[in-house]
Design a protein around this ligand. Structure first.
Ligand code: BG6
Length: 461
């Protein structure tokens, strides 16, 4: 069977600056929280590999773009490192401007449309020392950074995103230990979420002020549909609340321009309302997005929570993880594989969010110890990845046929990349990166498969 994707569909891959560039502390770049955290607690990082040892794209960007072209990818998403462009938050670093202009121009010259994101978990250390996203000051600092980026690169880059997965730095940094500063405090997490969303809206405002010809601005959200254990009222309420906190608090705000009423009511009831300034509401209302990037890996399975004190566990007060017995697991990463989720979220965007244009900005399969799948020539035979992508694309195609306004599919990721505390544990790329051999890139089987798909627009099942 064959599935034809629309003409002009974007085929590509996603990555981020801190996960691929390397060169973490040279040419004027100042440290991000990741650089500093690695210096402070290197033992937390898988195999002791830190952000300096990412894929060295800073020096190898030409080769990378050449490989993108060879794979016939027509688009690529990465980010700018705030700490490279504005090392002290004020002064533009000419070396950064030179690098990013060369890199983005190289993409365009090779038929690869750059989609550029501004924040992928990489808070500048100097700003973290002043309170990070908890401090209102970070909102204006971010808006300034956004403005500088639009001015410097807006002639080359037309599609922009403000944040990648804002939920993640909030949850992992303020309700968990996977991101710095490892705080566990729901009230502080809510303030961080508020400032993040306000910073997003102010960056959209800056985008309009700069006025990039043919420019579009969006945000990348991880949207995991929440499925309830049963039809029981308490389980349904759990799914409603998971959806409210994890999806609607972001989506409603960036697409519709206001926070969900139910969220505001809950925050008021539990004295969790963040500090808000006069005029903020208008900023949200006036600065909605042109498009959405949707990262989809796995769904949320939830059930009614156990009785507990509020707000010890934050969202856990309203819903609890449920171990669905029928789930299919990626044995190499432990995440659930559920391709129906991509269809459900696609239709949700269509039905509840004015059928706004959107694309899959991340979807992919992480595999630990992927060298197990080397053939005799050292090529990774990643048939599991091809199957994973095929199954998700089949569902995505169905959603497009059913009217969802999806314009592209980006796999996470192009090159195996450094992934925060997990460093190089889980490999996701179309290309393998050899850390022991000067970051040598080797095509995996999936890269050949994807090349054919991007050239023909035709998925063969
Ligand atoms: C995504 C993030 O959610 O997950 C990426 O946007 C991250 O930055 C990816 O690398 C994979 O995570 P992990 O933990 O499986 O390596």
């Amino acid at each position: 069977m064959e599935k034809q994707f629309p003409k002009g569909f974007l085929w590509g891959a996603a990555a981020s600056a801190p996960q691929t560039e390397g060169a973490a502390l040279i040419d004027g770049k100042s440290p991000s929280t990741w650089d500093k955290w690695f210096e402070l607690e290197p033992e937390l990082f898988y195999n002791g590999v830190g952000p300096e040892h990412t894929s060295n794209t800073y020096h190898m960007y030409k080769e990378d773009v050449h490989l993108m072209k060879e794979m016939s990818l027509n688009s690529y998403r990465t980010s700018i490192a705030w700490t490279r462009l504005l090392p002290d938050g004020e002064t533009v670093n000419p070396k950064a401007v030179e690098f990013y202009r060369n890199y983005f121009n190289e993409m365009v010259a090779n038929g690869v449309e750059p989609i550029i994101n501004l924040f992928h978990f990489d808070m500048p250390w100097w700003l973290m020392e002043k309170g990070g996203w908890e401090a209102r000051e970070s909102v204006d600092k971010f808006a300034y950074y956004a403005k500088v980026a639009f001015e410097q690169f807006g002639d080359i880059v037309k599609k922009w995103a403000t944040f990648n997965e804002p939920l993640v730095h909030i949850e992992c940094g303020y309700m968990g230990d996977a991101h710095y500063p490892k705080v566990h405090d729901f009230k502080r997490a809510i303030q961080v979420a508020y400032h993040t969303l306000l910073a997003h809206a102010k960056a959209v405002e800056a985008f309009k002020e700069v006025g990039i010809e043919d420019g579009e601005i969006g945000i990348i959200l991880n949207l995991s549909p929440a499925y309830a254990k049963s039809e029981e009222e308490a389980d349904q309420a759990a799914a409603f609340h998971a959806d409210l906190f994890y999806i609607r608090s972001f989506l409603d705000t960036v697409v519709k321009g206001y926070f969900p009423e139910e969220l505001i009511a809950i925050l008021k009831e539990h004295q969790l309302t963040p500090v808000v300034e006069e005029g903020d509401r208008q900023i949200f209302e006036d600065n909605t997005v042109d498009f959405l990037g949707v990262n989809y890996y796995q769904p949320l399975r939830v059930q009614a929570p156990l009785p507990q004190e509020f707000p010890a566990k934050g969202v856990g007060y309203f819903s609890r993880y449920y171990d669905w017995p029928d789930k299919v697991i990626n044995p190499h990463r432990g995440w659930e594989i559920y391709e129906q989720g991509i269809y459900d979220i696609a239709m949700r965007v269509k039905e509840d969010y004015h059928n706004i244009k959107w694309f899959i900005s991340e979807n992919g399969m992480g595999v630990s110890e992927e060298e197990r799948f080397f053939d005799e020539n050292g090529q990774v035979q990643d048939d599991y990845r091809i199957e994973f992508v095929t199954n998700h694309l089949t569902k995505l195609h169905q959603a497009i046929e059913d009217g969802s306004n999806c314009f592209g599919y980006h796999m996470w990721t192009f090159l195996d990349c450094w992934s925060w505390l997990n460093a190089y544990k889980n490999r996701y790329g179309y290309y393998r990166v050899d850390l022991d051999d000067a970051f040598k890139r080797t095509a995996k089987k999936s890269s050949h498969w994807m090349k054919e798909l991007s050239e023909t627009n035709r998925l063969v099942i």
